[in-house]
Design a protein around this ligand. Structure first.
Ligand code: PLP
Length: 399
């Protein structure tokens, strides 16, 4: 017999209300603010000195070449553009590029790769728990919940001290069970801006390997910190030390092709044979979820990486983005000693030591949109807005 609840569940009109993703809600709120001087430092896109997110010149060139030479838009299959993944392989994996226990495929952005990673874990071990350092990105918990894995949060960051709670992190990982998953942020990826240093990576990966955990590393900002190789330190260390590793990678930021959805998924197991088996499941999950990834952005990245001259020009444009991030950080840090920690961090994000009330007041009084937690994008504004931003933040800290 149908109960009232199951009958209700059959009607679309009776679906429960969904709380929207806090980051997407913030973007919508900023867009709806009519004040001309509003500052949207919530969304994670690079902006130049004029406050624009320009298309890279090498992407424009690659798009032109694609337009001139592409002869077919026939299907490519669940793996997408296989050459794109091959070209990315040495950039991400470095000295592990030739390891046949590591395989990858193109995905719709880094978020698609993340979902694929958790799907694979859930297929292999539905009882695995996922250890998540908080705060994290608002889409991590729902992706983990969507594949019905249990999430175990541990405190990663001490806001007042602008410091990683490293002992807490080691303790949480040390108490995990073999087969559990350590969700780790690659370079410049932590929403707090507090990345693990190289010595900390060594300790974390040692515990992860000793406990038999699977590191799942989310890396979307390679090249925004110190350089492509330096920024891949954690990924490569995990590959060197752990039998099983998953990496969710994105080109959306470092090629500035956000909406084109360009990412890749990588898995390492203990043998080439086991990796082939795992990849068969990965293809199956990809087929179920999106069938095939979108081609355009990955085709442009493929063209750039295949061509020596375009590749060199991409590295120059990537360095220009990195240099701007680091110079804006230095300028914010110089504005007040309480902001000096920002100059010691890398990447686009930092977390200000502000209460939610202070954040909401900045939003109401100055049209400054950052996450309620105080997380903001250091290159989310023009040079003109930067002075107004730091003055308003220092005022808020004084209040
Ligand atoms: C948690 C997380 N990981 C990775 C990414 C990578 O970006 P994309 O999915 O746009 O390639 C994002 C994007 O915002 C993200 O929120």
């Amino acid at each position: 017999m149908l109960t009232e609840t199951t009958m209700k569940a059959h009607r679309l009109a009776d679906l429960p209300t969904v709380e929207s993703d806090s980051l997407l809600a913030l973007i919508a709120m900023a867009a709806a603010d009519p004040r001309p001087g509003k500052i949207d430092v919530g969304v994670g896109v690079f902006r130049d000195a004029d406050g624009n997110t320009p298309i890279l010149k090498v992407i424009k060139e690659a798009e032109q070449r694609l337009h001139d030479t592409q002869k077919s838009k026939s299907y490519l299959g669940s793996a997408g553009d296989r050459r794109y993944a091959e070209l990315l392989r040495p950039i991400l994996l470095g000295e592990h590029a030739a390891d046949d226990r590591i395989a990858g495929l193109q995905t719709p952005g880094g978020c698609g790769a993340l979902r694929l990673g958790f799907e694979l874990i859930a297929t292999a071990n539905p009882h695995a728990r996922v250890l998540v350092g908080t705060p994290t990105w608002p889409n991590h918990p729902p992706i983990i919940e969507a594949v019905r894995l249990e999430r175990v949060d541990y405190p990663y960051y001490e806001r007042g001290q602008a410091a990683i709670r490293f002992e807490d992190m080691l303790e949480a990982l040390g108490n995990a069970e073999p087969g559990d998953v350590a969700l780790l942020h690659g370079c410049c990826h932590n929403p707090t801006g507090a990345d693990l240093g190289e010595d900390q990576w060594r300790e974390v990966i040692r515990v992860v390997a000793d406990r038999g955990l699977i590191p799942l590393i989310d890396i979307a900002y390679q090249g925004f910190g110190r350089g492509l190789d330096e920024d891949a330190f954690g990924v490569r260390l995990a590959l060197a030390s752990c039998e099983e590793v998953i990496v969710a990678q994105s080109c959306d930021k470092n090629f500035s092709v956000y909406r084109d959805r360009v990412g890749s998924f990588w898995v390492k197991t203990g043998s080439a044979e086991a990796t082939r088996k795992a990849m068969a499941h990965v293809f199956q999950r990809a087929r179920e979820m999106w069938s095939m990834p979108p081609d355009h952005g990955a085709a442009c990245v493929h063209i750039i990486l295949e061509d020596e001259e375009l590749r060199a020009r991409w590295l120059v444009e990537l360095k220009a983005m990195r240099d701007r991030i680091n110079s804006v950080r230095a300028r914010i840090a110089a504005a007040d000693p309480r902001l000096s920690f920002i100059g010691r961090q890398f990447g686009m994000f930092s977390m200000l030591p502000l209460s939610k009330e202070q954040v909401l007041k900045l939003r109401a009084d100055h049209g400054i949109y950052m996450a309620d937690s105080g997380r903001f994008n250091v290159v989310g504004m023009s040079d003109e807005a930067l002075g107004r931003f730091t003055a308003a933040v220092v005022d808020a800290l004084d209040a």
